[in-house]
Design a protein around this ligand. Structure first.
Ligand code: FAD
Length: 131
């Protein structure tokens, strides 16, 4: 699934990854083990095998040239709220003023997300979650 999304957003990325050394397995070639147990084969499975840094550096190269993308190396430490809505993020970024305004803020900080804590700090309840 993730692999199909990558190909949709970055056309040709599968060929590029395979050319650089990733392994592509399809159908019964792909064996999934969960807790050491082999799962039943999925005929339509198409799986790309690569390390995370290998994948991320190639995706980053695709995203970097986009004119409306800016990379900021900083830690997000809080939300900015105005008028009852989130309007930005506070960053631990010595090179900037530490504030980043946003029309839409997406929390992509994974399992270590502190979004619930930040919302609580500003008087909001925990956001509903699924999955
Ligand atoms: C041991 C292990 C093996 C796995 N193997 C696979 C696998 O083979 N295939 C697979 O598809 N999935 C695998 N997963 C699951 C996969 O890693 C996760 O589902 C995926 O990484 C989640 O992506 P994400 O972008 O939501 O979060 P993450 O990958 O966790 O990315 C979050 C990013 O946000 C950054 N961040 C966090 N807090 C802040 C902050 N305050 N300010 C700024 N940045 C911040 C982090 O540094 C990180 O770079 C594995 C997971 C584990 C733990």
């Amino acid at each position: 699934m993730g692999h199909r999304r990558l190909e949709r957003w970055c056309p040709g990325v599968t060929d590029e990854l395979v050319r650089d050394g990733a392994r592509l397995g399809e159908g019964e070639d792909v064996r999934f083990y969960v807790d050491g147990r082999l799962k039943a084969p999925v005929p339509e499975a198409r799986t790309l095998g690569a390390t995370r840094p290998f994948l991320e550096v190639r995706l980053r190269r695709r995203v970097e040239p986009l004119g409306n993308v800016r990379f900021v190396r900083a830690e997000a430490t809080d939300l900015v709220l105005r008028g009852g809505r989130v309007t930005g993020v506070v960053m631990d970024d010595p090179a900037d003023d530490g504030l980043l305004d946003a029309d839409l803020l997406v929390d992509a900080t994974g399992r270590s997300s502190r979004l619930g804590e930040w919302l609580g700090r500003h008087g909001w309840g925990e956001a509903p979650s699924t999955g």
